[in-house]
Design a protein around this ligand. Structure first.
Ligand SMILES: [Zn+2]
Length: 332
């Protein structure tokens, strides 16, 4: 099967996070038919990471994730592009990595493993589970794939997700002095956050804050007793100073609920590749046992997660060659 057909075959199997079982079975069968040894590692009852090898202890691994964001969008194509869910994030990447590994194998290089995780788009539980796999100890370099426009990402920002919750006292809205508005407290806190300058890092860039959700109140004529806002902070420093800054901004007016955190990561720089820092987070921070991380993949993060997701066919082809070159460089 050629690169584009493999991309489209993978894309035609829906695998929104939580529903990766079928695409995992497909990958197992495909890789076994090519002669790979394949292990399905259970992450939950119907979610399995796919781990494929040609020898007992590969030193370099190619990896990405099998899940996608919703909704499923079946693949279509024209001469230049493949469109649909997973085109670049990340089924085109899986296809490019498999083609690269097969090309290396034709040249006699079998020191390469393939790892495909579940749940990257939600909680990275696939990565967290595979981090303890025994093969991790033998891995020297992990080339993770996410859409980087085929540039080598040498850093990725972290993500710190939290809720801010406020509470007050419900009362008849005509008698505000009898109540205490949780929404007004929350608005004050959010206003302070919007006017806070969070740290800039020379390597990683700006710390940015998205107030992504806001919720509260019961009715127009009731002083709201409860409110909350959800924030995603793109970290360019360790989490601790940012958490401390948010706590001091909230200052007893509300409570913090920490949802998740991944720290910013520096990745290997390799001569001869175009390099950049990316703002998004990957599975890499959750797989520290898998050697030195690298990050590269075809397609643009700006179309990933959108209804217009696509990948250029020539970028998929370029990615195959880049993965081949990178693996060879790392093995030498
Ligand atoms: Zn992705």
């Amino acid at each position: 099967m050629n690169l584009f057909d493999l991309t489209k075959s993978l894309m035609s199997i829906p695998s929104v996070s939580g529903d990766e079982e079928a695409v995992g079975f497909y990958l197992r069968d495909h890789l076994q038919s090519l002669g790979w040894t394949v292990e399905l590692q259970a992450v939950s009852e119907n979610q399995n990471n796919v781990i494929a090898t040609l020898n007992d202890t590969p030193r370099v691994w190619l990896s990405t994730h099998m899940d996608t964001v919703p909704p499923f969008i079946p693949p279509t194509e024209d001469d230049e592009k493949i469109y649909g869910r997973g085109a670049c994030d990340a089924k085109g990447i899986i296809a490019a990595q498999i083609m690269a590994a097969e090309q290396l194998r034709k040249e006699g290089i079998t020191d390469v493993g393939l790892l495909y995780n579940v749940e990257e788009e939600r909680s990275s539980t696939g990565a967290k589970v595979v981090n303890n796999h025994p093969l991790a100890a033998k891995c020297e370099y992990m080339i993770n794939g996410e859409p980087t426009d085929n540039d080598l990402a040498i850093g990725s920002k972290g993500t710190f997700r939290l809720n801010i919750k406020t509470s007050g006292k419900a009362a008849h809205s005509a008698y505000p002095e009898e109540g205490d508005s949780a929404i007004e407290k929350l608005l004050d806190i959010l206003e302070d956050i919007r006017h806070t300058k969070f740290p800039h890092d020379d390597f990683f860039g700006e710390t940015t804050v998205n107030i992504g959700t806001i919720d509260g109140g019961t009715a127009l004529n009731v002083i709201p007793p409860k409110a909350e806002a959800g924030l995603a902070i793109r970290l360019t420093t360790k989490r601790a100073p940012i958490e401390e800054a948010v706590r001091s901004l909230v200052r007893g007016r509300g409570d913090l609920e920490i949802l998740s955190c991944s720290e910013p990561v520096r990745m290997l720089q390799v001569d001869g590749f175009k390099q950049k820092v990316v703002r998004f987070t990957t599975d890499i921070p959750h797989m520290p046992n898998w050697g030195t991380p690298l990050l590269l993949g075809p397609g643009s993060i700006l179309v990933a997660h959108t209804k217009d997701e696509f990948v250029l066919k020539k970028d998929l082809e370029t990615a195959v060659q880049l993965y081949v070159d990178l693996v060879k460089k790392l093995l030498n």
